[in-house]
Design a protein around this ligand. Structure first.
Ligand SMILES: [Zn+2]
Length: 243
């Protein structure tokens, strides 16, 4: 089983192993793997509410074009790649912003359920998300003292400490990464972490029916990764420098 390990700074590149059979059963787990089933109106309604875009590629409209290196700008196809082969810089998803600008309207998004998938046209899935139905849409808090100190009229702070399921902003990237992992047909995910990413991957992997392997420094405080252990991830303690 080939695995790579993602740094916490690049959680979207979480390490993955691809499903080995095509019969819809996650290899090694004995757990039937759900397969993309195309447009599912009931689920789509629950996740996005009224959604005006037509179905393509087994889900909603995708505006993804290709992957592009953040440093040297070399482009790659939309495949499970984490880093540029030329310079090892991270890859980013390039969207068709012209078409997005033409198609996407505020009034389409506004009535959708209050989760991160209400902005799904700006996220890199072709089909439906597997996790993250309670993730995102966290509140903005006024920071009047900070505004006064900086001479601003109003300042708002995004409170991702009430994000779900693990009360961390990492829940957002992990929801995307694990949904994309399922879309690519993987049954196992992993990451290296010192806490928040570990908990988010473990929790959402459990929700998505994925196996998870979490690599942490051997001397990491137990309190930081209790959540990881609760959700049944395989914890691998590594002696040595985290970098
Ligand atoms: Zn590059």
């Amino acid at each position: 089983m080939a695995r790579t390990v993602a740094r916490e700074s690049n959680p979207s590149a979480a390490g993955l192993s691809r499903m080995r059979d095509s019969g819809g059963r996650a290899s090694g787990t004995g757990t039937p793997a759900r397969q993309p089933t195309g447009c599912r109106p009931a689920l789509r309604e629950r996740l996005y509410g009224h959604f005006s875009a037509p179905c393509k590629d087994g889900g909603a409209v995708s505006y993804m074009v290709h992957l592009k290196c953040r440093e040297c700008e070399r482009t790659y196809p939309l495949e499970p790649l984490a880093a540029c082969e030329e310079c090892w810089a991270p890859l980013e998803v390039v969207y068709d912003y012209g078409r997005l600008w033409a198609d996407l309207r505020r009034e389409d998004i506004a009535p959708r359920p209050a989760n991160m998938w209400r902005y799904r046209e700006l996220l890199p899935l072709k089909g439906e998300p597997w996790v993250g139905q309670q993730t995102g849409f966290t509140p903005l808090l006024t920071a009047s003292n900070l505004a006064r100190a900086l001479g601003a009229r109003e300042i708002y702070v995004k409170n991702d400490a009430v994000n779900h399921p693990t009360l961390s902003f990492k829940d957002r990237v992990v929801a995307v990464a694990l949904s994309k992992a399922r879309e690519f047909g993987y049954d196992t995910v992993g990451c290296s972490s010192t806490g928040n990413l570990a908990n988010a991957v473990a929790a959402q992997a459990a929700s998505a029916g994925l196996r998870s392997f979490i690599f942490v420094p051997a001397d990491l405080e137990t309190e930081k990764i209790i959540g990881t252990q609760i959700y049944g991830a395989t914890l691998v303690k590594i002696r040595g420098n985290y970098d």
